[in-house]
Design a protein around this ligand. Structure first.
Ligand code: ZN
Ligand code: ZN
Length: 325
């Protein structure tokens, strides 16, 4: 059991992520919460499908959310400047109501309510809430959702929304990014802001994959987790995944555009590129694990790995080259 991500002021969020046998993880955090210093800690127990999810203990004091311009000037400690957090059950009701009121698959938008995915584009590619658009950027840090002062950007889902009347439902993996971003949107004049408390991982634990399509991207060596790993009771995905993949144009190979069989990214075999991308098995072999033909001729190429493995330190592959074949 390991990995602590601890927040220091100005945000004052303390988060711990554990992986390990569920009963052990629960008793450990109950014990921890008895200490006043950790009584308001947010604990996430992360499922490990095979082996240890977090082989190293990490204790970090650093901003988990980075936005252009930094976060020091944001009113993060003022609850009225943040969005209203919704419990997973309440979020579920809202998203289901939105689904009923408009056909998100066909692109019809309900002008009273919008679902905003605040993660990176590649995270959306393997799973997201029904009705949430793909983020316009691969790195959230440079997103401009709702921020454009002068020109209306067509890819900005907040470009035409009524700042006074439209409900903006925001979500991210663990819930913190939304807290930060909601203060930015509040300062821009958006009135009806809501966040998914505890993020998608907390939602899947409590509600199962209702209105969720696909897998959840995670930032450790597992990369992708199916909803059932958060909530073993939910055996059947309520949304028809194949239908969703067809209609929502996600889960596509980065190279050829065909639907991938496995909702899991891989890193480009070129160490100096290292792009995270989705790739079909045919393109993995024809591009030898690379994201493009240019990377195939790069000097620091690593071998093609099976999809469930991740690259280790470069010296392991560099030294392989020196061994006689
Ligand atoms: Zn392909
Ligand atoms: Zn590449």
């Amino acid at each position: 059991m390991s990995k602590g991500l601890m927040r220091s002021p100005p945000l004052c969020f303390t988060i711990i992520q554990y992986s390990g046998p569920l009963a052990d993880a629960r008793s450990y955090f109950e014990w921890l919460r008895e200490d006043d210093r950790f009584s308001d800690i947010l604990v996430q127990i992360s499922p490990a499908l095979s082996g240890h999810a977090f082989p190293k203990l990490k204790v970090q004091f650093k901003p988990l959310v980075q936005v252009d311009g930094g976060i020091a000037h944001l009113p993060l400690l003022n609850p009225s400047m943040r969005a209203t957090p919704l419990e997973p059950s309440e979020w579920n009701k809202r998203v289901e109501a939105l689904s009923r009121s408009c056909d998100a698959f066909s692109g019809n938008v309900n002008s009273d309510c919008i679902i905003l995915d605040l993660r990176n584009g590649y995270e959306w590619d393997i799973g997201h809430f029904h009705g949430a658009q793909r983020p316009e950027v691969d790195c959230f840090r440079s997103t401009s959702f709702g921020l454009s002062e002068t020109e209306v950007n067509n890819s900005d889902p907040l470009a035409d929304v009524d700042k006074e009347k439209t409900d903006v439902l925001m979500y991210c993996t663990g819930g913190i990014r939304c807290d930060v971003y909601s203060t930015i949107l509040r300062k821009k004049g958006f009135k009806k802001l809501y966040t998914l408390k505890g993020g998608v991982s907390h939602y899947l634990e409590n509600e199962g994959p209702v209105e969720w399509i696909g897998n959840l991207f995670v930032f450790d060596s597992r990369l992708s987790l199916p909803p059932a790993s958060y909530n073993p009771r939910s055996t059947a995905q309520t949304c028809d995944l194949q239908h969703a993949i067809k209609k929502e144009k996600f889960a596509k190979c980065y190279l050829c555009g065909s639907v991938v069989q496995e909702l899991r990214h891989r890193n480009c075999a070129n160490l100096d590129c290292n792009l995270l991308f989705l790739c079909c098995s045919d393109c993995v072999s024809s591009f030898r694990g690379c994201c493009c033909s240019t990377c195939m001729t790069a000097p620091r190429l690593r071998p093609v790995l099976p999809g469930h493995q991740r690259y280790k330190k470069w010296h392991l592959y560099r030294d392989l080259e020196k061994q006689p074949s």
